[in-house]
Design a binder for this molecule. Structure first.
Ligand SMILES: [Zn+2]
Length: 176
């Protein structure tokens, strides 16, 4: 067995989740979420933090506000991709999805992402060693929906394999 990779994420993703919480449920929602996860203070976009914080924010959203909000959070992430957002208006879904793996590895210290855009009208995203809780998979489904929405493309999104259920990866299909 190789060395165990520490599961960390950049502050930028935590800040994007929390921006979603604030947009949706205001400053009070933000404060409740932060006190619930037992943290205070600011996350710096470029610093690394324990991934457990990310999971706890998602658990809070699902438990306190309802699971349907997780997909919405994912869509919010997809439309706030920072450096990628300028691309969206000019792009088709494949152009955006093909940037994901690099974007992913800049944010997550662990796991791996693959984007297969070789098939017509189909994008396959695979996440290896990423999701450990169902809430995480739901957010990724939302990110996939966000790719369609932000490019005004009609289509559907499904997770056809899940690592939580013992598969080798979580596999998402965006067909349009
Ligand atoms: Zn999954």
């Amino acid at each position: 067995m190789g060395k165990k990779v520490e599961r960390k994420v950049r502050g930028s993703i935590l800040n994007t989740y929390l921006a979603f919480v604030t947009k949706k449920w205001g400053r009070d929602g933000y404060r409740l979420c932060m006190s619930e996860i037992g943290l205070w203070g600011e996350f710096r976009d470029g610093n690394y933090y324990q991934d457990a914080i990310r999971e706890n924010i998602l658990r809070w959203i699902a438990r306190e506000k309802g699971e349907e909000n997780l997909r919405e959070c994912g869509k919010y992430i997809a439309s706030n991709l920072g450096i990628l957002s300028w691309l969206v208006r000019f792009s088709d879904p494949k152009a955006i999805a093909s940037k994901f793996p690099k974007n992913f590895s800049e944010i997550y210290s662990y796991g791996r992402m693959e984007a297969d855009t070789s098939k017509d009208k189909l994008i396959v995203l695979r996440l290896y060693d990423v999701c450990r809780i169902r809430e995480c998979c739901e957010v990724w489904l939302g990110v996939c929906e966000g790719v369609l929405e932000s490019t005004k493309t009609k289509g559907k999104v499904e997770e056809i394999k899940c690592s939580i259920e013992g598969a080798d990866c979580c596999e998402y299909r965006i067909s349009y």
